[in-house]
Design a protein around this ligand. Structure first.
Ligand code: UDP
Ligand code: MG
Length: 192
């Protein structure tokens, strides 16, 4: 299996690049953010709970997110592997993911691909996305800045854990979308 953690701050292009990676390598994407938005749209209990954090630009608590991820991974699918998009977001989630991937799939995380984009570019991209996405967390600069702050205080340390395992690769996330995809593909080819 190829199991990819697609990593980077909000607005770094994870969702876009995940689409290209799943097509290229026949993978299944699991985006915890998309799962939360699906639940919010359908007004489930999980959705209501998640909304109370997401609307402030905060992270949803680990337990809630991890349980949702386990449910998703248990759904039967035919795939060469998974792309985890926007997860893990804390050190605790990183450790949990290692166990879950081992227990549920008998596999490991192969690589952590990290998209690097500077903060001011992120803010501009997210404000632009907010014009059409309908996402409340993209609509306001203060919420966007809080998401970036959460990234530095809670999520950036995820990179350190994958660095220690020798699985961490950075790719410049600014440039043509197709060029960035090619760079990501090349990194996956190296470990195939
Ligand atoms: N979120 C979270 N845990 C996750 C994924 C998402 O808490 O594992 C919440 C968090 O509030 C985040 C929001 O959902 O700001 C949107 O996340 P998503 O990954 O969809 O957006 P992105 O950061 O990629 O723009
Ligand atoms: Mg996303």
């Amino acid at each position: 299996m190829i199991n990819i953690v697609l990593f980077g701050p909000p607005g770094s292009g994870k969702g876009t690049q995940a689409q290209h990676l799943i097509e290229k390598f026949n993978l299944k994407q699991i985006s915890t953010g998309d799962l939360f938005r699906y639940n919010m749209k359908n007004n489930t209990e999980l959705g209501k709970l998640a909304k109370s954090y997401i609307d402030k630009g905060e992270l949803v608590p680990d337990k809630v997110t991890i349980d949702m991820l386990i449910d998703e991974l248990r759904k039967p699918t035919e795939t060469n592997g998974f792309i985890f998009d926007g997860f893990p977001r804390t050190a605790n989630q990183t450790e949990a993911l290692e166990t879950i991937v081992k227990d549920e799939l008998g596999a490991e995380i192969s690589i952590c691909l990290s998209l690097v984009v500077e903060d001011e570019v992120l803010v501009q991209r997210l404000l632009k996305r907010g014009e059409t996405s309908g996402r409340t967390d993209d609509s306001n600069e203060d919420i966007i800045r809080n998401r970036i702050k959460e990234y530095y205080t809670k999520t950036a340390e995820v990179a350190e854990l994958y660095k220690k395992q020798g699985k961490y690769v950075e790719v410049n996330g600014i440039g043509e979308i197709s060029e960035i995809s090619e760079k990501l593909f090349a990194e996956v080819e190296k470990i195939k």
